[in-house]
Design a binder for this molecule. Sequence first.
Ligand SMILES: *Cc1c(COP(=O)(O)O)cnc(C)c1O
Length: 409
Amino acid sequence: MKEKIEEQANHVMVNTYKRAPLVFTKGRGCIVYDQQGNAYTDFVAGIAVCNLGHAHPGITEALCNQARILWHVSNLFYTEPQTRLAAWLVDHSFADRAFFCNSGAEANEAAIKLARKYFKENGQPQRYRIISMERSFHGRTMATLSATGQEKIREGYDPMLEGFDFAPFNDIDSVKKRIGPDTCGVIVEPIQGEGGVRTPENGYLESLRQLCDEAGILLIFDEIQTGMGRTGTLFAHEHFSLAPDIMTLAKALGNGLPIGAMLTTEKIADAFTPGSHASTFGGTPLVTATALEVVKTLIREKIPDHCREVGEYFKDKLFWLKERHDLIEDVRGMGLLLGMKLKSDGEPILKACQERGFLINCVQGNILRFIPPLIIEKADIDALIDCLDAVMGQFGSESDISAGGQKAV
Ligand SMILES: *Cc1c(COP(=O)(O)O)cnc(C)c1O
């Protein structure tokens, strides 16, 4: 008899993920379908990746068209899609130059290497240390792990890469104290995603910009999660009318095709010369042609505006829930990067929502994170709110909230 996929996976995969017992086979827009044909409204979007939803017709067409022509030739040569995507990103951001890679961690690796190299090339080789924030998340490679301010993620991998200092998020004085003659930059997520959807306090990012300018060091924004319209503007830092020196992107840039990018100014980019950094797969025509269609669609269909509008609607509804349920401690976030902090473990709520046909996410144990495709509609949000209301109502009166959940159809 054929083994169930879940059971087979547990025998053939390295056990790095805690997975829900769901096997997905297809998706369309904001809906994904499991093997049994049950439909789920997706408020996870592959972890803030599928911003334009699943199987988007225009993007699928761009991918298929490019797949028929040319997939990969390496960066020993030029290709048109890669150049076009770089030009688009440069046109739509503070940056003058782009470097392509394949993931968020790799984009941050490039940023860390460039920050160090920039000062080596500019007569201050002693500057190599980077200040990062507590509860930040920058990736799982050794350098980005070393830049990540979460003990539980770093556990077991000592020694870390030398050269990272940590300051509490939203505490400008502690950043100031940590800047020394050997500091080359500050790396920060404009909104901490994995750390629990933590937003910057008024003036925090502006003060960071000012501190970096005064110290003559680089400000690096990790917009891997907040970028590509997720917060209601193309990049989250646009809410604050300031710009970083280096910005990293990944997650939603390819709507699910793996791509990362590091963007910077011409002056800083000049520290990288032929041979100083590279990636075999970085910016293949297949991936960049698709990503180009993703970013054009974002703007053409005014997705950031839609995100801002439904994001505000969603947040209001979450506040409405908070009024009704003692269990909810806090509601926060921007656009469609929203978090709801609970006074208890979030896992039972997540499971109960899943059984009712809604995929949601939980970070830091008790913070429900809502990161749906940006094309989500108010009716989908209403349906999730009704589900959460029912589940939390039950939670108040029953001990086992996952009992009696109805399977989605
Ligand atoms: C997801 C994420 C990363 C890591 O991206 P990977 O593609 O998993 O390497 C880095 N920084 C932030 C802010 C992220 O959300």
